[in-house]
Design a protein around this ligand. Structure first.
Ligand code: NAP
Length: 244
């Protein structure tokens, strides 16, 4: 049975992607930065109920050597890694004039360097398999920019360049790499916004509502499927028609 590794998957969009890929029949390698995240969420039980194998791998995806060890452990546990979803991400928002170096560096490390770490080590496994799907979580903030998110926008724009580079480097080995760029999706990350920020966002969305995590998971499922076998290096915006 094929295996999918989803980073930052204890909750939010990552958990929804993991559950959807479990429904699609993949064994699931979950990841998050701490055990605590799994204790407060029931994603392991939901995935087990789908009748596939599931295991969690605790690791900080911004840490190169931890990622190397984790990828070895996932390969040893499941035999193959067929789908990698680089989902883990953080925000440390603030206007540029007030943004600290720590705010900038931490977001770049978790959101951007993690994609290098994971894609490198999982990519090596996929190259030996001569097949694989890598799906990266970018954001509309990386496509259009967003005030108060210089760090986050930079990381998510970088992911688009990384996606196209990986697609070009690994395409001849039967590996595709695509990105999705969600808009405003209802998760703990966006619950932090003020009512005024939320109303301003919704006014710009053609569909006049937030997205649901399942609507991201559905597109990721398509990109992982056989139907997407000739799609690579693309960025699919999932935003209900934001900024058209
Ligand atoms: P979330 O609810 O905050 O979930 C992200 C998960 O990743 C959390 O469990 C988090 O743990 C974990 N994580 C953070 N740092 C990590 C690290 N260094 N190593 C491993 N795991 C780590 O976020 P989300 O809203 O589901 O977002 C998921 C992805 O979609 C992110 O890449 C985000 O940028 C992107 N996205 C989201 C939206 C949106 O509207 N929500 C829009 C566009 C793009 P902690 O809670 O302990 O940090």
């Amino acid at each position: 049975m094929a295996t999918a590794l989803i980073t930052g998957s204890a909750r939010g969009i990552g958990a929804a992607i993991a559950l959807r890929l479990a429904k699609d029949g993949y064994n699931i390698a979950l990841n998050d930065i701490s055990e605590a995240m799994f204790e407060s969420n029931d994603i392991m039980d939901k995935i087990k109920a789908e009748g596939v194998e599931v295991e969690k791998f605790i690791c900080d995806v911004s840490n190169y050597s931890q990622v190397e060890e984790t990828v070895k452990a996932v390969k040893a546990r499941f035999g193959t890694i067929d789908v990698l979803v680089n989902n883990a991400g953080i925000t440390r928002d603030g206007l540029m004039a007030r943004m600290s170096e720590e705010q900038y560096d931490s977001v770049i490390a978790v959101n951007q360097k993690s994609v290098f770490n994971m894609s490198k080590f999982v990519g090596n496994v996929m190259m030996r398999q001569k097949s694989g799907r890598i799906i990266n979580l970018s954001s509309v903030a990386g496509v259009y920019g967003n005030p108060g998110q210089m760090n986050y926008s930079a990381s998510k724009a970088a992911i688009i360049g990384m996606t196209k580079t990986v697609a070009k480097e690994l395409g001849s080995r039967g590996i595709t790499c695509n990105a999705v760029a969600p808009g405003f999706i209802k998760t703990p990350m966006t619950d932090k916004l003020t009512d005024a920020q939320r109303d301003a966002m919704i006014a710009q969305i053609a569909m006049k509502r937030y997205g649901e995590v399942e609507e991201i998971a559905g597109v990721v499922s398509f990109l992982a499927s056989k139907d997407a076998s000739y799609v690579t290096g693309q960025v699919i915006e999932i935003s209900g028609g934001l900024s058209m």
